[in-house]
Ligand binder design. Structure first.
Ligand SMILES: Nc1ncnc2c1ncn2[C@@H]1O[C@H](COP(=O)(O)OP(=O)(O)OP(=O)(O)O)[C@@H](O)[C@H]1O
Ligand SMILES: [Mg+2]
Length: 424
């Protein structure tokens, strides 16, 4: 084993990197030798980088983070991969997939991402990292302890292949609470609500003011496999996919088979809609349509591989509508310039996401009950999807006694993982 060349001078402990490998965004931080938190700027001036890779077959290079997203959206030839975390624990992880001229396992692609992540962290810190605390959701996979354990092992193996030699794990919501604990001045019972791209995770913790994070007590944790990428899928199915024939009643009064629309709306499955077999199947669907314009749009989306672009348009409209509360247009001009403007508005979003948000809030309430409490002092919101207005309103109604604190949405978990790194 390689021993660390960098250590925390005051305690002689190695410097430990905290990595929040998120479904949508990745962030990293560490506590330096003087005991100060250092947040790595992973993507230009930004702390977080999109968890995305682009295999650019025009220029024969692999791009990461926002560069990957930009190249894909600019129409560069190649293959985009997002939401890799959603594949952890699934059989797909060991399957080979075509990325340009070569074929790689999804696992190898995660390793490539971790290597680049490590390289960026070390370049900025000016020293190598061998020790890492990896964040993990409360459940990678719902309802299967075995696949959940496999998901964590796979994540650890990817970090190891990328060069980390000492690997620990911490639950993402506990990390967020440890970060919040740095800022309190009175003892507080907090419910952390971490709603990211793939999962919603909760913890109830008793945090003690003016002491180290070692004195924080976990009272309960819960989690459910619902996040922003599910909201994107639901909104895509509700607003965009009907223009391609989703729920279209075709010839003979039958509804067009829907699996292609689900693949196109699910970040980590989009590529499945482009295989030769899937394309052939989609082409044959024309007999099921009574309106051939819809089928033509479906084929354009598949042949031009617009899946990620359409979903990114939906995601952008979701975020814009969530911030402003105003209707927001989904840009689909590239698909069909004659298409009337499609908008995501607050009532439509409320309707499409209602059932999922109820499940999320229920899971939050279960966490409080599991902690043996009726209420908490503070509800601390983190994760990108915690900005959703309708969610905030529902939480306020469900927990009227608690003070709602909107935290560092994208960096809190990584900071907490860094604090975990200096805990025994
Ligand atoms: N203002 C906003 N309103 C609603 N959703 C938003 C907003 N900003 C970002 N999001 C959504 O937040 C999600 C990303 O959040 P975050 O970066 O916390 O996730 P993650 O940590 O990568 O995922 P996970 O923790 O589930 O693995 C995306 O689905 C994005 O669309
Ligand atoms: Mg997260």
């Amino acid at each position: 084993m390689v021993s660390s060349t960098t250590s925390n001078a005051s305690s002689n402990r190695p410097i430990v990197l905290g990595i929040d490998f998120g479904t949508s965004n990745t962030a990293a931080a560490y506590i330096d030798a003087s005991g100060a938190l250092q947040v790595i700027q992973l993507d230009g001036a930004k702390a977080e980088m999109p968890t995305a890779l682009f295999f650019d077959t025009e220029n024969h290079q692999v791009l990461f983070g926002s560069q990957a997203m930009q190249a894909y959206l600019a129409g560069t030839e190649g293959r985009l991969l997002r939401s890799l975390k959603s594949l952890l624990g699934s059989a797909l992880m060991n399957e080979y997939t075509a990325v340009g001229e070569r074929s790689l396992r999804y696992f190898d692609i995660v390793v490539l991402f971790f290597k680049e992540l490590k390289r960026r962290c070390e370049a900025q810190a000016g020293h190598p990292f061998h020790h890492v605390v990896l964040g993990r959701p409360v459940h990678f996979v719902d309802d299967s302890a075995e696949r959940d354990a496999l998901a964590q092992d796979t994540l650890g193996q990817a970090a190891q292949e990328a060069g980390f030699t000492h690997i620990r794990y911490q639950l993402e919501p506990i990390a967020a609470a440890l970060d919040y604990g740095q800022r309190i001045s009175t003892d507080t019972t907090v419910l952390v609500v971490d709603i990211g791209g793939g999962t919603s995770d909760f913890t109830v913790m008793r945090l003690h003011a003016g002491q180290s994070s070692e004195s924080a007590h976990v009272l309960a944790t819960t989690g459910v496999h619902i996040g922003g990428t599910d909201f994107d899928r639901l909104l895509d199915l509700a607003t965009v996919m009907p223009h391609l024939g989703y729920k279209h009643v075709g010839t003979g009064g039958r509804i067009v088979p829907s699996s292609v629309f689900f693949d196109l709306s699910t970040w980590h499955l989009i590529h499945q809609a482009y295989t030769r077999k899937a394309l052939h199947f989609a082409k044959e669907l024309w007999t099921d349509y009574s309106d051939q314009t819809l089928h033509h749009r479906l084929m354009t989306a598949l042949e031009c591989q617009y899946g990620h672009r359409m979903l990114a348009s939906v995601e952008a409209a979701k975020i814009a509508c969530s911030i402003s509360g105003q209707p927001s247009a989904v840009d689909l001009a590239y698909l069909d310039a004659t298409l009337p403007t499609t908008r995501i508005d607050a009532p439509g979003m409320e309707e499409a996401l209602h059932a999922s948000l109820q499940q999320v809030v229920q899971c939050a309430q279960q966490c409080i009950s599991a902690a043996g409490l009726q209420a908490v002092d503070v509800v601390y919101l983190t994760g990108g999807s915690s900005a959703l207005r309708t969610l905030i309103t529902t939480l306020r109604q469900a927990m009227p006694q608690a003070t709602l604190v909107e935290g560092n949405r994208f960096g809190g978990v990584a900071a907490g993982l860094a604090w975990q790194g200096v805990r025994p």
